[in-house]
Design a protein around this ligand. Sequence first.
Ligand code: CDP
Ligand code: MG
Length: 701
Amino acid sequence: MAQFWKPGTEKPEAQVVDDEEGGVLFIPGASSFSSSSSSGYGYASIDKQRQRLPVYKYRNAILYLVETHSTTIIVGETGSGKTTQIPQYLIEAGWASGGRLIACTQPRRLAVQAVSSRVAQEMGVKLGDQVGYTIRFEDVTNQDETVLKFVTDGVLLREMMNDPLLTKYSVVMVDEAHERSISTDILLGLLKKIQKRRPELRLIIASATIEAKSMADFFRPRKKRREPENDVNGLKVEPAILSVEGRGFNVQINFAEEPVQDYVQAAVSTVLLIHERESTGDVLVFLTGQDDIDAAVHLFNEEIQNNRKHSSGLVVLPLYSGLPRADQELVFSPAPRGKRKVVISTNIAETSLTLEGIVYVVDSGFSKQRFYNPISDIENLVVAPISRASARQRAGRAGRVRPGKCYRLYTEEFFLNHMSNEGIPEIQRSNLVSCVIQLKALGIDNILGFDWPASPSPEAMIRALEVLYSLGILDDDAKLTSPTGFQVAEIPLDPMISKMIIASSQLGCSEEIITIAAALSVQSIWISGRGIQKESDEAKLRFAAAEGDHVTFLNVYKGFHQSRKSSQWCHKNFVNYHAMKKVLEVREQLRRIAQRIGLVLKSCESDMQVVKKAVIAGFFANACRLEPYSPDGMYKTLRGSEEVYIHPSSVLFRVNPKWVIFNSLVSTDRKYMRNVMTIDPSWLLEAAPHFYKLQQPNLLH
Ligand code: CDP
Ligand code: MG
């Protein structure tokens, strides 16, 4: 193990942290802005903390730019205070007076919750009063009091359906713009449109890496003839760029000498080695998702039980979206005296959240990424190498409090030759059905002509239109159908799930289908992990339905209900109690939405045929057939003849019925179908005649 690591030969990572474009790039007349720094909220110690953040020096400059420019682009290293401070500066400067609101968007739900509660704390107010947050299915705001709202970018898009010009808001801060999530990109395109109609709306685009120039190009209005400055109402339309100087410390980079076989195991060994050899300081480990994070936590627990000497003093904590609130708070609080905190995270800790006290970073080099292939019409989550930009961000997390070290679980050769320089914007690697519906619902018909920060591929767009047409959501003129298309647009879920809900209203099984939709909206309702596989599989059999996972959810839900929502019942049955509570919440909200859009709430009691038909009405495009004579249960999708397998977490794993449909795909060594249901193929023709019959007339025989 001692020879395992090799220092990197790249330039010292300090250059990564202290980026070449440090300093203020453009602050005309900044000094003329009057300064007032006292917030009037909170306690002195918090004020002091706030003043120590790098962004504080730029407070007046930022306020000046926002005052005088339609769009201000702010680039600053993670942890410099962009997210938590800038909205507070705006409130202090009066941007939230007279009934106006400030919005700050984040791509991730967990980040929305974490930063809003931090800001409420700093301002000394209760979360949900002056400062609140809204994420899908969770609104912690107060209509009369909230002036600062943290939201996911997706939630702000939904708000536009009722208020297309976002008239409530004086400033919208689009944060984490470098992530280029699909909703951020749609939002940027729409905000640019809104600015034409509402020039007084101020935009702040905040980002952790330098792509400010291309962002500025995007927001720069096209010049008409020779107008030098086409200012509107005294506002400069040329975007301002401000770069907050970082103050990161040097981070020493170490690469693995040999390629690593099992990065979960390697991450655990590396942390133990750090614990043994290195001085105090917390450790941040980057893995890819809940499954491998849980696996790592399990390995640590085993280690702590078997080998106390090496692991005493470690506090191991997971961090991923969907983590219960109490566990999130643990991650942010300092480790008990004399202990070393080890946070095992997805890439949420890469730039969205800052953890204090991190000195060591262990980087697996991978993250879960969405990929979409318009030819096969398959979108799946793939564990794929991160970009070099991400690797540098991850390393930078080690240099916040003092010089740190980063251990990369991949070789330098891999870093240089197999990682791309930058990530690809999500819009160019996603299925576009949701995006198309949202734009259509906002009255934007020419979607290909839409002003995108990065254009989606025409093939993906055509596929999306085709699927939406088959689902009966778009008509021959590619307009939303009435009522189905408009109803689907109102439901904040994947359009296939929304279509399933609408069909269930007609089939008389909406109560059951809404339960299924809620269960599909959580990561997993089961407790799983290394070491407990056998017990959890046995527990699953108690609920397993011959029809597959969807009907199994109904059985679990029934059991949970009969146990009077008992956590012991969940524990005994390897059911995730927190996930079930979330299912209940989501279910209630979906029922409310269903009623609002005029659907009939009705139970079909035990008639599972209609439940299956409703599922097919949404998911017919994901139909597969078992390959004859396949010894290992290989299926092929009817649409693209892609090879897929039933995921081991499914109750149909090893059962291998001839015809199935699935909810989603994940890729590891193979493409696995998650949440699988048996079907009768003739129902496919019934549900989507043109989709199957016209395109592939012989397929079903
Ligand atoms: O947005 P940016 O990455 O520039 O920084 P930030 O999220 O505003 O964080 C500024 C400071 O607030 C950092 O020192 C964080 O550690 C701290 N913070 C915190 O202690 N707890 C949170 N939930 C969020 C931020
Ligand atoms: Mg931030």
